[in-house]
Write a protein that binds this ligand. Sequence first.
Ligand SMILES: *[C@@H]1O[C@H](CO)[C@@H](O)[C@H](O)[C@H]1NC(C)=O
Ligand SMILES: *[C@@H]1O[C@H](CO)[C@@H](O)[C@H](O)[C@H]1NC(C)=O
Length: 437
Amino acid sequence: MTMNMKFASFVFMLTVVLLESKLNVHGQSISIQKVLFNFMFPKDPHIVRVRKPEDIKTTMNNVTTLDFFGLVEKYGYSAEEHYVTTKDGYNLIIHRISGSPFFKGQRTGKVVFLQTGLFGTSDCWVLIGAGKDLAFLLADKGYDVWLGNVRGSSYCRSHVKLSPRNKKFWQFSFHEIGMIDLPAMIDYVLGYTKQKNLYYVGISMGNTVLFTFLSIKPEYNAKIKLAVCLAPVAFWNEASPTVQYVTNMLHNIKNFEEILNSNEIYEVFALTSTSIMIGRTLCADNTITQAICVALMFLMSGANPAQLNTTAMPEILSYYPAGSSVQTILHYKQNIITKKFQSYDYGYIGNYKQYKQATPITYDLDKITAPVAIFYGGNDLLVLKSTIFELYKRLPNVVLLEEQKSFTHLDFIIAIDVNTLVYSRVIKLFQEFDNKT
Ligand SMILES: *[C@@H]1O[C@H](CO)[C@@H](O)[C@H](O)[C@H]1NC(C)=O
Ligand SMILES: *[C@@H]1O[C@H](CO)[C@@H](O)[C@H](O)[C@H]1NC(C)=O
C-alpha cells in the first residue's frame, strides 16, 4: 500500500495528538510515550536469529528474525560470514555475497564494500529482495560484494575483554568506527581477496565514518577506487526543525548523560525481541497504530508517501534499528551545536587524554583525494541540501553530484523504485570505472 500526501499530513496531526495519549491494545492500556521509550532503550536480551523463513516467530516469549544467511539464501544467493577483530578488541562479523543465481560468467573479482548508516547492519542491504537491493544487483553483475558491520550493532556486540554490559564497551562514536573499524575491515577484505582497491558505498553515517577515516588516514585513499555516498552526513551548517528540536531537548535536559549512566543505559535503539515485537504488531497494515510509525519516520527522515511501501514496515523493523552507543548520538549532537565536523569533545582534560591536544580533531576533507560520487534526496529532512553543498565545496575530488528530487533519507535504502532511480546509476558508474586503472 502506498499513501498520498494528504493522508500523510493527516497522519502528522494525528501523531501529535496520539503521542500524549493512551492506546488500547489487546485490552491493555499503554501510553505511546512508554512504547517509544521501550523501543529506544529496550532492556531485554537480544534476539534469536534463525536461518530458515519457516522458523520466524512472533510469540510472546519467542521472537525470531532471519540471520544474514537466511535473508540471502531465501533468494538463492550464497553468503559467507567473516570475523575481524579490531586493534582495540572489538569482534566484528562481516558478510559477503559469494554467488548469484543470475550470474553465470567469469566473476571479475572486483570488490564492492557496502557500509550502512547509524543503527544499521549488513541486513539492511538485503531486506527488500533480489532484483531490488543494491547488494543483490551488484552480485548479479559479477561483483564481489562485502558488507560491513560496526561495533555496537547487533552483529558486533562482542569484545575480547569487555562485556556489552560494561560501560567501557560503549565508549565510542563514529570517530572510532571510522578510525579503527573501517581500516580493519578494508584491510581484511583486500587481504582476503588479494585486490589492491575496492569500491565503497556508504549510506548516511556510512559516509561520516568514511570521511573520518580518509581524513585521518589519507594513505587509504589509494585503496578506494570510487566512493559512492548516498545521503552523506558530515556538516550540520543547517538542521531541520525536528533535528534542531531533538538536539535542543538533549542539550537542555540537565545531566542527560548522568541520568542515562545511573540507569546503566549506554546503548540506544538495540534490536531486541521487544523492538521487533513493537514493529511487527504496531506498524503492520490494517492497524490504526501504523499511522504513528509512518509519521515518526516522516518526521525524522522526510515524507515521500509515493515511495513508501507500508506493508514492508514490520519486516524492515525486524532488522532495523540494530543499536549503537549513546555517545554516537551525543557526538552528532555536539557537531550540530558547534556546526563543526570534528571528533567527540571530551572537554579540555579529556581531549588531552584522547587526542593529545586541548580541542577535538577537525576532520580535514582536503585529504580525501579518492573520487567521490554523491547522491542526495531533495526531500531529506536529516541531510538538508545546504549541508550537501557544503560537503561538495570541501571535497576535492567529487566526480558526480546527483539529486533525487522526491527522495527522503531512508529512501536510499527502502524506496519502492530505488533500484531503477539510484542503484542502476551506481552500477553504471562502477562499470565506467572498471575500465580505468
Ligand atoms: C523459538 O523458536 C525457534 C525457531 O522455531 C526454536 O528453534 C526455539 O527453540 C524457540 N525457543 C523457545 C524458547 O521456545
Ligand atoms: C511491498 O512489500 C510487500 C511485503 O514485503 C511486498 O510483498 C510487495 O511486493 C511490496 N510492494 C511494492 C510495490 O514494492
